[in-house]
Design a protein around this ligand. Structure first.
Ligand code: AMP
Length: 624
């Protein structure tokens, strides 16, 4: 038996406790798998739980030797990789609190987070991350130590900062343990559930980010609640690419320590497609964008193969969606997932011809996959469900240490975010806002009591800012985000995310779309196209040899996109229709600040950036 099987009510004080128990319970089992560069190539290596514990204890003891004390902040500025997990677990086992910083966060904001959190030490991935800290060291008097994952022998000395490598920190820790062999165990035993474990700064769409205070009990709860859903099993191999600086990724580690399965870690987004067949995961979690990308990739390959093959793909995709949708509707209505015989037969044929290849793209062993952090377009959800890739949508926020609701594996309902995790309560306020209560909810925003009071009431209910409903079977559906609901100047409500979802469902070329219309008399859209999908189309439609910027500015592409806009408009209320649209000169990305690191569009930012294009779409609009 490899599960630790803690019941919800008597969960341990912290994931640090859980981790030490895990290493004792299954020392020889594989814990982590990670890629290592070997002459010209890469190979995956592994750590057992015992080896992981040895390194984590050395890191924790190293931090204690540096003088880091209970609840003091230690930041981590790194992409998703093994060392992130070791460092975070080391911080936890030292009783300190980790502060996550996205590696893509610019220097100013990194400095703001380090200063606001009053971080005493920072783990930095490489010389690039160290340089950001160095440039702002003058504003960070409390920051004493920087610990490098990748050694940077050429890095200049930084006044007031002790720079050491992770290996050096571990050596100091091992020396410390010689003198104080029980230092780490004793520290872990002293951790109280309400002690600060993590400060995660919310990406936010406006203003400075806010530090969300998550205590040890939040993660201990996540660990036990995730296992109680039955979605993670001891024998699973999970593939982890999500940013660990975001709660969704971070929470997965708690669940993994509880259930004891293997986690294969590689945060490089451009390697996901090549990693999947090598890792052959049984479970993985993703933001919806990855499922959209996989879908678009498969569709564009089929289109490139042309004629009959493309027709077969389109037919198979429709069969998948119809099969999954019909099955779900029958299940909801009658309690049985019955599908008409003709559709079942078509589905079996499509499975042989097409779906097997789709499952193979995920490595061929996937048992289930979670989607969260933004809405999964129902058509994408139905497509994968019909093709035998079980994508279970869930929902949560930074302020709730991630998972609050998730779809059950045996009764997943596309278009919903599933049911509350055991121990979490969901309520809908009078105005439709989703309210949440449970052990995973934050204890407040760091040093911002007024902001905390705006969202957290004295009974522990947290206002999510999302609008939703709960159906008769207890499934939660998110209908919009409160702050994104806008009214046109005609006084009609428009839910932009709904229109964006519909557009994404019909247009395989779109990468990002932003519907605009607040206080305007009609709606418009800014549309960015996926380079990997539009370029092959361009090449076979008379635009070979053109650059991406030339392709998206062409009248051919405008006409192509116009067709999809018209299709979407046909199904909308008159006041929701997109009267005009513009194709953007390049895709939105994290580097330019248009997407949050969890790949959500920062609406006000993009609208400001393309203010001229938006203005042109509303020229003379009062008459329109
Ligand atoms: P973050 O704190 O960055 O994780 O953002 C939390 C917000 O993401 C929520 O308040 C929702 O607006 C959104 N979100 C998370 N999961 C979903 C989902 N499955 N569907 C729609 N929106 C979601």
């Amino acid at each position: 038996m490899s599960s630790l099987q803690y019941p919800l009510e008597s969960r341990p004080n912290s994931v640090a406790h859980l981790f030490l128990s895990r290493a004792e319970a299954t020392p020889g089992r594989e814990a982590y798998r990670y890629p290592v560069a070997v002459d010209g190539g890469e190979e995956w290596r592994s750590l057992t739980w015992a080896q992981t514990a040895e390194r984590v204890k050395a890191i924790a003891a190293g931090l204690l030797a540096l003088g880091v004390r209970g609840e003091e902040r230690v930041a981590i500025s790194s992409s998703t990789r093994l060392e992130w997990i070791l460092a975070d677990m080391g911080v936890m086992c030292a009783g300190a609190a980790a502060t996550a910083v996205y590696p893509s966060t610019n220097g100013d904001e990194t400095a703001y987070i380090l200063a606001d959190s009053d971080s005493r030490a920072v783990f930095v991935e490489n010389a690039e991350q160290l340089a950001k800290v160095a440039a702002h060291k003058g504003e960070l008097p409390g920051l004493r130590h920087a610990i490098l994952f990748d050694p940077a022998p050429d890095a200049a000395e930084i006044e007031g900062l002790d720079v050491l490598t992770l290996a050096e920190l571990e050596s100091r820790g091992i020396e410390h343990l010689v003198k104080h062999p029980d230092a780490v165990e004793a520290t872990v035993q002293g951790i109280a559930p309400e002690q600060l474990a993590t400060l995660i700064y919310t990406s936010g769409t406006t203003g400075r980010p806010k530090g969300v205070r998550l205590v040890h009990d939040c993660w201990s709860y996540q660990a036990v609640a995730q296992e109680a859903t039955g979605l993670v099993l001891a024998d699973d191999v999970q593939f982890l690419w999500l940013p660990l600086s975001h709660v969704f990724g971070k929470a997965l580690i708690s669940g993994q320590v509880q259930s004891g399965h293997v986690m294969a870690v590689d945060g490089r987004i451009d390697r996901i497609i090549t990693n999947l067949p090598v890792v052959r995961p049984t479970i993985m979690a993703s933001a919806p964008r990855i499922f959209e990308k996989v879908y678009n990739g498969i569709a564009s390959r089929a289109r490139a193969e042309g004629g009959a093959k493309y027709k077969i793909f389109l037919w198979a995709a429709k069969v998948a969606r119809d099969y999954a949708r019909t099955g779900q509707e029958q299940l909801v209505a009658t309690g049985r997932r019955t599908v008409p015989l003709s559709l079942t037969v078509q589905h079996a044929v499509a499975d042989k011809l097409v779906y097997g290849k789709i499952r193979a793209a995920f490595g061929g062993s996937l048992r289930g996959s979670a989607s969260g952090s933004a809405a999964l377009a129902p058509d994408i959800g139905y497509f994968f469900a019909g093709a035998g890739v079980n994508v279970l949508e869930g929902y949560g926020l930074t302020e709730t240490s991630a998972g609050c609701t998730v779809n059950p594996a045996d009764d997943s309902r596309v278009g919903t975010v599933g049911k509350p995790l055991p121990g979490t309560e969901v309520r809908i306020a009078e105005d439709g806002e989703i309210l949440l209560r449970g052990p995973g909810v934050m204890r407040g925003y760091h040093n911002l009591p007024d902001k905390t009071a705006e969202v957290l009431d004295s009974d522990g209910w947290f206002r999510t800012g999302d609008i939703g409903e709960i159906d008769k079977d207890g499934y939660v559906r998110i209908t919009d985000r409160k702050k994104d609901l806008f009214k046109t100047s005609g006084g009609k409500y428009v839910a932009p995310t709904e229109i964006e979802g519909r557009f994404k469902a019909v247009c395989p070329f779109v990468s990002n779309i932003l519907v605009i219309g607040n206080d305007r008399n009609y709606c418009t859209a800014l549309i960015a196209l996926d380079e990997s999908v539009i370029m092959p189309w361009a090449a076979s439609n008379g635009l070979a040899g053109r650059t991406y910027a030339e392709v998206v500015a062409s009248s051919e592409v405008h006409a192509l996109i116009e067709g999809f806009v018209q299709r979407v408009n046909a199904g909308l209320q008159r006041w929701q229709t997109l009267k005009k649209f513009a194709v953007l000169p390049r895709d939105l990305d994290v580097e330019h600040g248009e997407l949050t690191p969890s790949l959500k569009v920062k609406r006000p930012f993009v609208e400001r950036e393309y203010a001229d294009i938006v203005a042109a779409m509303y020229e003379g609009s009062r008459e329109a």
